[in-house]
Design a protein around this ligand. Structure first.
Ligand code: AMP
Length: 113
């Protein structure tokens, strides 16, 4: 747990979130400002700042995020979805605890803006 990290506080239960999945090392919860009919975030409970700071020891954990995100997407009725990691301010990252966006339930355009 890192002090003053919003997603550490959500994973510790100090700030409420609409949880869709939780286990010892991972959490999925709905995005507070959804950009699609289904939009949730998958985070590891371990504080990792961003994709650029994923260590070799985190490879299995980060791989699980994709598997859990896909399972939760299916549970929420979507088979087609987009997975996004923003890394750094210019890429649109606003919360500096690694998270995978899962968006679906509507047609998504490419490339993103
Ligand atoms: P990013 O811009 O990639 O860092 O994504 C951060 C995401 O966290 C944004 O889509 C926000 O809407 C979302 N967010 C911020 N605060 C909360 C919160 N308290 N609960 C759920 N989602 C949040």
């Amino acid at each position: 747990m890192t002090a003053d990290c919003l997603f550490c506080k959500i994973s510790a239960g100090e700030i409420p979130a609409e949880k869709l999945y939780e286990d010892d090392e991972m959490l999925a919860f709905r995005d507070i400002a959804p950009q699609a009919p289904v939009h949730f975030l998958v985070i590891p409970k371990k504080h990792i700042q961003d994709p650029a700071n994923v260590g070799e020891e985190d490879e299995a954990l980060i791989g699980r995020m994709m598997r859990i995100g896909s399972l939760v997407a299916k549970e929420n009725g979507i088979t087609d979805f987009r997975l996004i990691y923003n890394n750094g301010l210019e890429a649109g990252q606003t919360v500096f605890h690694i998270h995978m966006h899962v968006l679906g339930g509507r047609s998504l355009t490419w490339p993103p803006g």
